[in-house]
Design a protein around this ligand. Sequence first.
Ligand code: MEV
Length: 311
Amino acid sequence: MKGSASAPGKAILLGEHAVVYDKPAIAIPLSQLRAMVDFHQTERTFTICAADLKRPPWQWDDSAADSADPLASMAALTLRHLGVCAPTGKITIRSAIPIASGLGSGAAVSAALGRGIAGLYGETIANATLNALVYEVEKLHHGTPSGIDNTTVVFEQPVYFQRGQPIHTIKPSRRLDFLLADSGVSALTRESVTAVRQLLREEPARTNTLLDQIASAVASAQACLAAGKLLQLGELMTANHGHLRGLGVSSPRLDALVSAALQAGALGAKLSGGGRGGNIIALVEPSTRLAVERTLQSAGAKRVLTASLGG
Ligand code: MEV
């Protein structure tokens, strides 16, 4: 058996951090930015190669099943799900998704790996099951993940997500164009989530107000997406950046990229993901896209990606 499998990255449009506290959030898949696996059956061993993740080739043995390592743990969960205990095969993971930059690299690698291991056995794993397996691994990456990353990545649909609620996919009534600008600073989501939790302990009233304001921006944004109100959607994104600054998860670099995007004509801009580094996302019109892209590059963005929805 040989073949390939993949999963996309993701970007959060609005609602990160508040979603950890059971508020809603909106996220989109980044289908052009993917984690991919090639797999083929071998005679004896089971090897996972992931040079893009800066890891040496890694060979399965029984102790790997109890490992806290995300790749080993995804492999173990998948093998358990398939009811296989002595796998043979080689899996090569390649990922175009930058690590620790808010674009869902961890969830995408796990999802692609799960699909690849199932592929070795000629099986496919239903998305709902794969989502649950990837969520288990997300707990190793993030500590207390909301589940929005794995859901967006596994189902590869724009989602309005709230923990514990059925998944709502979103169909925008108009085409939406985004730019994602990388600050070039890597930051661990686990750390920014921990910092917000600490803030909630130290300043509960102010922090809860910010989380409520984020939830209300997300609800309004969902209505704007349905009605195709892009100007208002942009304003809500920029307001959401202000809330995230209030939570202490922005950085001077992210703020500078957001300001640059807005000055160059973006309809709205905000950090996306855990923050403190990683990417900003800007909503742009076709007429201003190029100007915003160039301005972001001049403002120091390490890489600018385009993404679109609908239309
Ligand atoms: C990370 O992509 C989004 C956060 O809200 C964390 C989470 O939802 O698990 C910061």
